[in-house]
Design a protein around this ligand. Structure first.
Ligand SMILES: Cc1ncc(COP(=O)(O)O)c(C=O)c1O
Length: 459
């Protein structure tokens, strides 16, 4: 018998009985039954300014009354010009290309890398290297870079690019172990570059792990080492900062923590902060100059890319970030969040690790050997929801972690409320853990790992 679908809306899990969201204010969301939820992960690490920020609401109304759309083939929209100037001034990159989503931004960065090599006489450089367990979006290009379980959906249509090991979770933090880990990661990257000599257009990585890697922070030498390797082998370096950028980690770009510049940077999520669907690519001068000296044209583009309404909204987001000093605040508040989560971990042995940077933290749970990766975290997320907090379950089917990444505007008092909810969720969770026990798992992702096709995709 065919089951009747409850909603006309196609949802990821078709019959999921998700609450109906009707309103948001600050860190709180409300459903149609009047129930409140703490938005503990800013949606999907998006709503950096919380909900219904009055300055953003006013800016949207103002721009909507002026001009919402012109095509970029006919006009350079005034707010879009200003946004590009603000982004380049903020980051030091030479120019910005604007699109509508993180996936489009990653796809555009890939195309810029290919174009750069074509226009500088190396058209054979058409392949990419990326972390085996990273996430770079839901398009064919992005999925080809990602090890996400969603790859299974497109089967062989995703390119089988060579893969790099990402920094491991649950590491030994001693300096000697970190150095050894860095050396191992970079040796792997060097070997992949040697095997694919003169074919790699770019190395594409998330500077700090996001949706699939659950806030994994790289060892200090890793990103500088990748930069050197990219230079040595003539490949570009692309940072996918769709999730980690725009102040989330306590720096404008996460890679700023290590002082490393990429050739191309993908931005998204926090750029529109949930108020507009806007994303972009920052281009460093050598890439821009090569294209300018070559064809002088960008062949790509999307109809809504950089539209005036979205650009004015992102400009207002930048204004608020500046006025409320949200990047600095993310570092400070993130340290408090970390302290509170560490205390929780100390009191609840089911927490395997708390990790992250700034306002991008993750709580990883001990693996239930009877369950596929992701199931335990999803169960905990249900407990958190029942306690009033929405957390983001790491996707891809690699680990049992939830992201705790509240809006950057969250106050310390609000953090206390949130951590109280997580504490209550952990207590409920522990009371239902199968007694045969949760056990330790591989400390590195270097092992054989789960089959991505088994991955849950519930976020
Ligand atoms: C690092 C990273 N890149 C790209 C994307 C894709 O962005 P979007 O979902 O806006 O297309 C995501 C989304 O989670 C992401 O985390």
């Amino acid at each position: 018998m065919i089951e009747t679908r409850r909603r006309a809306l196609v949802q990821n899990v078709l019959n999921a009985d998700l609450p109906v969201a009707v309103r948001g204010r600050g860190v709180w969301l409300q459903d149609d039954a009047g129930r409140r939820y703490f938005d503990a992960c800013s949606g999907a690490v998006v709503s950096a300014l919380g909900h219904a920020h009055p300055r953003i609401v006013a800016a949207i109304a103002d721009q909507a009354a002026r001009l919402t759309f012109v095509h970029r083939g006919a006009f350079a929209p005034e707010p879009t010009l200003r946004l590009a100037e603000r982004l380049t001034a903020l980051t030091g990159y030479a120019a910005a290309w604007l699109v509508g989503s993180g996936s489009e931004a990653v796809e555009a960065a890939m195309q810029f890398a290919l174009q750069y090599h074509r226009e500088t006489g190396r058209p054979e450089r058409q392949w990419f290297l990326s972390h085996r367990r990273g996430y770079h979006g839901n398009t064919l290009g992005g999925l080809s870079l990602s090890g996400h379980g969603r790859r299974a959906v497109v089967g062989d249509l995703a390119y089988a690019f060579a893969e790099l090991e990402a920094p491991a979770t649950r590491r030994d933090p001693s300096p000697a172990a970190e150095r050894l880990h860095t050396d191992q990661l970079l040796a792997g990257a060097r070997a992949a570059l040697e095997r694919n000599r003169d074919r790699i257009a770019a190395i594409v990585v998330e500077p700090v792990g996001g949706a699939t890697l659950g806030a994994t922070v790289p060892p200090d030498g890793y990103l500088p080492g990748l930069r050197s390797l990219a230079d040595e082998f003539g490949a570009l370096l692309v940072f996918d900062e769709v999730l980690s950028g725009m102040g989330r980690t306590g720096r404008v770009l996460a890679a700023d923590h290590w002082g490393v510049r990429a050739d191309l940077v993908a931005l998204g999520k926090g750029l529109g902060a949930g108020y507009a669907s806007i994303a972009g690519v920052l281009l460093d001068a050598p890439v821009l100059d090569a294209i300018a000296a070559g064809s002088g044209r960008i062949a790509g583009g999307h109809t809504y890319g950089g539209n005036p309404l979205a650009a004015a909204t992102a400009l207002a987001v930048l204004d608020v970030m500046e006025q409320e000093r949200l990047v600095e605040r993310a570092e400070r508040t993130g340290a408090v969040l970390r302290l509170l989560l560490d205390r929780l971990a100390a009191a609840h042995p089911v927490v395997a690790e708390v990790r992250g940077i700034g306002m991008l933290q993750a709580v990883e749970l001990e693996l239930d050997p009877g369950a596929a990766p992701g199931v335990t975290a999803a169960r905990f997320a249900e407990n958190a929801r029942a306690a009033g907090a929405i957390v983001y379950v790491a996707t891809g089917g690699f680990l049992d972690a939830v992201l705790v990444a509240p809006p950057l505007v969250t106050t310390e008092a609000e953090l206390q409320v949130l951590v109280g909810m997580l504490e209550s969720a952990l207590t409920t969770f522990e009371s239902t853990v199968p007694s045969r026990g949760i056990q330790d798992r591989s400390r590195s992702e270097g092992g054989s790992g789960p089959d991505p096709a088994r991955g849950l995709d519930i976020a």
